[in-house]
Design a protein around this ligand. Sequence first.
Ligand SMILES: Cc1cc2nc3c(=O)[nH]c(=O)nc-3n(C[C@H](O)[C@H](O)[C@H](O)COP(=O)(O)OP(=O)(O)OC[C@H]3O[C@@H](n4cnc5c(N)ncnc54)[C@H](O)[C@@H]3O)c2cc1C
Length: 388
Amino acid sequence: MKKVLIVGGGAAGLNLALRLEAQGRDYLLLEKSDRWGGRLGGELGFDLGFQVLQTNYPMVQEMVDLSSLSLRPFISGAYCWDGQGFRAYLNPLKSQNLLDALPHFPLGLKDLWALAAWYLRTRFPLDPLKPSRVSTEAYLAGWALSETFEQRFLRPFFQGIFLSKDLHLSKTHFLFYLQQFLDGSAAIPQGGMQALVDQWLQGIPPHKRQLKAEVQSFGEGVLTLSSGESLAYDDLVLASDAYATAQLLGISLDASSFKSCQSFYFKVKGNRTNALPMLHLLPEGNELLHFYFLQDLDPSAPNLLSCTSLNMDLSAKEASDALNKFLPALRFDLERQVKVERALPVPGKFQGLSHAAQEKNVWLCGDYLLYPSLNAAMTAAKQVAELI
Ligand SMILES: Cc1cc2nc3c(=O)[nH]c(=O)nc-3n(C[C@H](O)[C@H](O)[C@H](O)COP(=O)(O)OP(=O)(O)OC[C@H]3O[C@@H](n4cnc5c(N)ncnc54)[C@H](O)[C@@H]3O)c2cc1C
């Protein structure tokens, strides 16, 4: 039987291993660090940057047992700043009580028209693997949306998903994500995103996976680990992140190939009554994109606030000052600061990797080949498992 070596134990590598396991194949999964999951992982609240599990992602439906994850779902909607305070802005299509759901900040006719049109479009299939060339930025510009809707809700919300001030992803991805929010829920497992990783690991026998196994080079059917050990393969799959893959292929990538972000976790001091489990969005132009209180999502969680910034130089003091502008009655003490360099790949920047991989006769697998999301990493694994 052909021996497959998989380099990288993130979502893509783990899902490929699961699929090869189901096919009864001979494979070994190699991960350089001392933990599985790559960009996924961490306990609740301390995920590697704020991220959520979209329960309706096609790949999640196929590869995840959601019922055993004790999901903590966010309510569909967001708290938006109205100039004086945060107002709950619920998704009327998902709210039990339509009156509660009526928007508190004024939506113009054009906003309502756009929302209706987007809703209708999401009732039909959208293929994120065949993205339109029109960026979300250009697409939104065509709707003449009101400043309030755009700057207090739409932009901060999608900037948090794209991890980018400019909404560079295709309008197909914008509509696809919208569809996911409308048809499923955004949730965090009680054990954080790591619970997802742990679930997958149960399906991969321990002797078929190895931590602290950093691949340094490969060629002629032999791969070398940084320990000096050599392993023979018939098929080699690089399921490493784009940056590491480029290094293995001897290609350099510039900084514009990735989006980075910072997450801060602050202990909250001061009186606050629990609110709905929703993100608080900060209006366009602030250093922070959004925050949420962990206890709103899970009352048994620590009394922490998690917030995200795209400014990699922002200090914890500047972040807490930014929060205090909106929440003057509370005090924030830093618990943890996580800088996520190269959090998301920018689509269209990695053709060089595909060409080099073809020349060197290796397979590539990872989110950067499709679009930046968990669903894409898992889709890439499915594609490779079908081809290999
Ligand atoms: C802050 C943040 C927020 C996000 N939010 C969301 C979200 O809300 N929804 C969503 O769908 N997606 C989100 N994502 C994206 C999602 O996490 C990624 O798309 C997905 O996890 C990528 O998986 P991957 O396997 O392709 O890559 P990675 O997770 O990067 O895995 C690559 C693995 O390869 C290993 N590796 C690298 N080099 C070597 C080597 N030489 N030898 C051995 N191993 C090696 C690495 O250690 C790593 O474990 C977010 C990501 C971040 C960082």
